[in-house]
Design a binder for this molecule. Structure first.
Ligand code: ADP
Ligand code: F6P
Length: 318
């Protein structure tokens, strides 16, 4: 391979820039040309290409967001859209593609691979919901953003003897809620992977009150219900709460060391695969080692929550 493309797709995540930088620098180090695709699969279909040199990825490793911009593109879900993208890449002389994104983006990568175009995937999403990798790029930064918010809310919750519901991101996965809930000492963590029981939440709050606890933190993953909906339900049961929705601030900010290192290692590995003409692989980290595995492995089963961690969070919040 002489020329490869790189794009970021789906929800952005801190560390995507570090991954783009690693792809570009590693490729150029090995005498490959790199083309950056603007706005994910949409840009691929429209041929929004730009050649990337060493200097183009300078001063981005510390920046949140993605210099290539991201998009969600319905047209790419259709075969015709995928074929248009392949035709554009062929015209440009691109022989392999690195896709940095979440599981939706991986489905697009699989579609390209099945059409004979070599694509490799780097897990870039704050949700940490991609099967086969211990961590995704952005999860650590987002979790640290959330914990900063929880700590601040706890200060005011304590001063006013209030119960706060903090709604965090996580459409289908509760990792952000679980990790930050545990780290932030939340009394209750509500996540999509576990049965949701309002009576249990009420019981836990009342139990705390009986032993003199005057404030509480409930962390809810948006995929279960909104913070406001939970407030209404608890209100019906005589419990007054305040709601804080953290929203898209969780997706921004300078990436942590962990996310930058992860992104650098994964970006380099993606290039190594393409240099060997290997496509159809998802990149991950398992027990500190970078690994690659087939896209079908990603979709064969659902993301598994760390049950032991969930159990621990309950034990520590009695
Ligand atoms: P993420 O990658 O963060 O999970 P999305 O689920 O929105 O974000 O997916 C990003 C993009 O990937 C979509 O806008 C679409 O262009 C592409 N995509 C998603 N699902 C498929 C699919 N089944 N086939 C082909 N492309 C897909
Ligand atoms: O997949 C990442 C994510 O941030 C989810 O946690 C969230 O549900 C979703 O993207 C929000 O997407 P959008 O930015 O399109 O509203």
């Amino acid at each position: 391979m002489k020329k490869i493309g790189v794009l970021t797709s789906g929800g952005d995540a801190p560390g995507m820039n570090a991954a783009v930088r690693a792809v570009v620098r590693k490729a150029i180090y090995h005498d490959l040309e790199v083309v950056g695709v603007h706005q994910g699969y949409q840009g691929l279909i429209e041929g929004k290409f730009r050649s990337l040199e060493l200097g183009d990825v300078g001063d981005i490793i510390q920046r949140g967001g993605t210099m290539l911009h991201s998009a969600r593109c319905l047209e790419f879900k259709e075969e015709s859209g995928q074929q248009k993208a392949i035709d554009q890449m062929k015209r440009e002389g691109i022989e392999g593609l690195v896709i940095i994104g979440g599981d939706g983006s991986y489905r697009g990568a699989l579609a390209l691979t099945e059409k004979g175009f070599p694509a490799v995937g780097i897990p870039g999403t704050i949700d940490n919901d991609i099967r086969g990798t211990d961590y995704t790029i952005g999860f650590d930064t987002a979790s640290n953003t959330v914990i900063e918010a929880i700590d601040k809310i706890r200060d005011t919750a304590t001063s006013h003897d209030r119960t706060f519901i903090i709604e965090v991101m996580g459409r289908d996965a509760g990792d952000i809620a679980l990790w930050t809930g545990l780290a932030g000492g939340a009394e209750t963590i509500v996540i999509p992977e576990e049965t949701f029981n309002l009576d249990e939440i009420v019981y836990r709050l009342q139990r705390g009150k009986e032993r003199g606890k005057k404030h509480s933190i409930i962390v809810v993953a948006e995929g279960v219900m909104s913070g406001t909906e939970l407030k209404v339900e608890l209100g019906k049961r005589g419990i007054d709460t305040h709601v804080s929705v953290l929203g898209h601030m969780q997706r921004g900010g300078s990436p942590t060391v962990r996310d930058r290192v992860l992104a650098s290692m994964m970006g380099a590995h993606a290039v190594e695969l393409l240099m060997q003409d290997i496509g159809g692989r998802a990149i991950g980290i398992r027990n500190k080692s970078v690994v690659d595995y087939s896209f079908s492995e990603v979709f064969e089963s659902v993301h598994v929550l760390d049950e032991a961690m969930y159990k621990l969070s309950k034990e520590l919040s009695i």
